[in-house]
Design a protein around this ligand. Structure first.
Ligand code: GLU
Length: 726
């Protein structure tokens, strides 16, 4: 056979072509966007690097990767075996693991492994769901909204219609749970149908010093060395219907599960992520940002820092308390650091100023056209008027909701007040928790609240929060609390009053408290005490705000729709809806970044890096087994030849948010090569604005997941279940 030799010129052309092919991905810029199901098929993912048909990713008429996606208690997970095995993050099962742990059997510290399905234990709180269908119901909702007599009625009309639609969908298709999600305020509403799993069990969870390696020091930070993964399993009743935990339940058989690719990815590779991002606020007006920047985030940050210190100090010499509060502290610290990142980002980018300027430009554009002026001329002014009222309230709504959330005694008193109040309501209006059939649920709720009841902590929390509120400026006052004796600005009195109020309450005697829920209307009517009165005043304040809030919500529902319309005309483009807890796709490339002057971060970390960071104690406490295995260079098949090490975490330029925790990172063939778990510090601002320059997401590399599971956990059977050949 004659082999044609290439002349110099043609080899240069080929080299140039090869260069183009090899660098095609690298120069391709992914868009900002968490694309909803309805948009996925409009994307040119092939051009971006996808090697499978789009129908394999999402196919409304057949089975696709979407069927392998699970919402795991607000996080994301994915099926990785035909027997309902789910991979998600360590931090997503953290609460369930700490609940299952005792100081003697501490699964949180030491990890958990079920060698057989019989050994799997309930993962409390990890109720899961998969999306089984969706339908646009905008027309029905907007028709109902437009029939409302006034703006405040608009909010009620929308809520009522949503209830009707979901009820009807659930009746039509028993076993599903229906939810209507607002995609664009006042414009688009989608009915999502979910199949629910109430019985989810822990399968394998690495020890805390792997799953949370780097702790809060490394949270929201790159470079990262955290083995943030865990395995759980979804169970259903023998007939396939959703069921609470029962020994008779069987593992769920998903329509589709992901293929695990133990070879991972390389720098520059195309990847995409499917998941359930929680909330973003990119389409909100500048005043929303102002509210966040000036009130909400600084208030929460201050409060959470204080609470973390309070709980940590309390747990210093009490391991049981420390274990009970571990998940709570982690959640507070996670939000606190996220807000710190966001506030830094807001100032760095001067985003508020940019948004305000953008709105001025939009106003100018509107005013330059007679028709537009007629239609949208007042929109921005009217939005401002609504927000002026909201800004006037400042921190008050937050104060009220946070007080309810963190002061356990307030929650106990509120439940009792609700019980007394329900007698005044008609049968249909009564909260179902007080119905005789739900007695067990009520007792469970009370027991749950009591498990966090520490009167001496509550006294400190309420005092701190009231003192903070007393320093709010004139406009931001708690009108209904004004008359209450606790609203005093001398520290001693507030201290004393709070102390007396809690010390003298029935809540200190759990049995006596529970017995009150057995009493009739007549018997309980005169039962009153300062704590109940105080909580009633708080509730009154909340109700009062809620009523006024409804009117504002109704107005904004209309105004934000017009605002988006005007922006569409101005920028001549369509928008992707903000994240709202529904299924989305985002794509990008494994890529490093340069977050500050003269600094460049590579996109892959290694086991060697874990050892380098490792210490004896604290956030970087090294796992003994990891240390030993590394010393022997026992990497098995998970070594990357180029790195001569096991890859641990990867960095990529996708558009993710909270809720994307646990999302599968998929390669061009739709195989799972990692699990998303975080963002870089600069990318915490993603919730307001995304940019290729600094928005980076972080995932644990599948090779580290498999290496830990096999070598540290000795759970070879899971690799076998996932079809990973060793
Ligand atoms: N680490 C994040 C969290 O715990 C989840 C992922 C993200 O927000 O990017 O909220």
């Amino acid at each position: 056979m004659k082999i044609k030799t290439l002349n110099k010129k043609s080899s240069t052309v080929i080299a140039a072509m090869l260069f183009l092919v090899l660098t095609a991905n690298v120069s391709f810029k992914p868009d900002e966007g968490m694309y909803p199901l309805s948009e996925i098929r409009k994307l040119d993912l092939k051009a971006a690097g996808l090697k499978i048909d789009i129908n394999e990713v999402y196919n409304p008429d057949g089975i696709s990767l979407i069927d392998a996606l699970v919402n795991v208690g607000g996080c994301t997970g994915s099926f990785v075996s035909k027997d309902g095995l789910i991979i998600t993050n360590h931090h997503c099962s953290f609460g369930a693991v700490s609940r299952a742990s005792t100081t003697e059997k501490n699964y949180l510290e030491n990890g958990f492994k079920a060698s057989t399905t019989e050994e799997e234990i309930p993962a409390q709180g990890m109720i899961s769901k998969i999306t089984v269908g969706y339908e646009d119901v905008s027309e029905q909702i907007l028709e109902a909204a437009n029939e409302a007599k006034n703006v405040s009625g608009r909010t009620d009309a929308i809520r009522k219609k949503i209830k009707e639609i979901t009820k009807e969908a659930e009746e039509k298709q028993p076993g599903i749970v229906a939810e209507v999600s607002e995609m664009f305020s006042g414009q688009t509403y989608i009915l999502f149908k979910y199949q629910i799993f109430k019985d989810v069990r822990l399968v394998y969870v690495p020890p805390r010093n792997i799953g949370e390696f780097g702790g809060e020091s490394d949270n929201w930070v790159w470079p990262r060395h955290t083995g943030d993964f865990s395995f759980v399993r979804a169970y259903v009743a023998p007939d396939g219907s959703p069921a609470e935990y029962s020994k008779d339940n069987i593992p769920f058989k998903p329509k589709r599960y992901l293929k695990v690719n133990p070879n991972g990815v390389d720098e520059g590779d195309f990847i995409f992520i499917l998941g359930y991002p929680g909330r973003t606020f990119r389409h909100q007006p500048s005043q929303f940002l102002m509210m966040q920047q000036n009130y909400s985030m600084p208030y929460i940050q201050n409060l959470y820092q204080w609470l973390i210190k309070l709980y940590e100090e309390r747990g210093e010499n009490d391991p049981e308390f420390a274990l009970d509060f571990a998940s709570r502290i982690k959640g507070l610290a996670n939000t606190e650091k996220n807000y710190r990142g966001k506030l830094k980002g807001l100032h760095r980018l001067d985003l508020l100023d940019k948004k305000q300027k953008e709105e001025k430009e939009l106003q100018k554009f509107i005013e330059n056209d007679k028709q537009l002026k007629e239609k949208y001329g007042d929109v921005l002014g009217n939005i401002k008027m609504v927000y002026d009222e909201i800004l006037q309230l400042g921190r008050v709504p937050l104060f009220l909701s946070q007080l309810m959330r963190h002061a356990t005694s307030i929650r106990l008193a509120a439940l009792l007040n609700d019980y007394r109040e329900q007698f005044k309501l008609s049968e249909s209006e009564r909260p179902s928790i007080f119905k005789e059939d739900n007695r067990k649920e009520l007792i469970k709720r009370i027991d749950d609240i009591y498990s966090f009841f520490y009167p001496e902590l509550d006294k400190k929390i309420i005092t701190k929060m009231l003192l903070d509120a007393a320093s709010f400026p004139e406009g931001e006052r708690l009108t209904k609390l004004e008359a209450f004796p606790l609203e005093d600005n001398t520290k001693n009195r507030i201290d004393e009053n709070v102390d007396n109020m809690i010390s003298n309450s029935v809540i200190n005697n759990k049995e006596a408290y529970k017995a009150l829920f057995e009493k009739s209307e007549e018997e309980i009517k005169d039962f009153n005490e300062p704590l109940l009165q105080f909580v009633a005043a708080i509730e009154a304040e909340r109700k009062h705000l809620e009523e006024a809030g409804k009117e504002r919500e109704g107005k904004l529902n209309l105004l934000l729709a017009e605002f988006m319309d005007a922006k569409k005309v101005w920028l001549n483009k369509a928008f992707i809806p903000d994240a709202n807890g529904t299924l989305r796709l985002t794509y990008g490339y494994v890529r490093g970044y340069a977050p500050s002057d003269a600094v460049y971060f590579k996109p892959i970390t290694t086991l060697g890096g874990v050892i380098e960071k490792g210490e004896e104690t604290g956030d970087y406490k090294l796992n003994e087994k990891v240390k030993e295995l590394f010393k022997k260079k026992n990497f098995g098949r998970f070594k990357n030849e180029k790195l001569n090490d096991v890859p641990v975490a990867i960095l990529y330029n996708t558009d993710t948010s909270g809720g994307n925790s646990g999302s599968p990172i998929l390669n061009a063939h739709g195989e799972i090569i990692g699990v998303n778990f975080d963002r870089a510090f600069e990318a915490t601002i993603n919730d307001f604005v995304w940019s290729e320059d600094y928005s980076r997401s972080i995932g644990v590399d599948i090779r580290y997941v498999l290496w830990v599971t096999q070598k540290v956990g000795g759970a070879d059977f899971l690799l076998k279940e996932m079809g990973v050949k060793l």
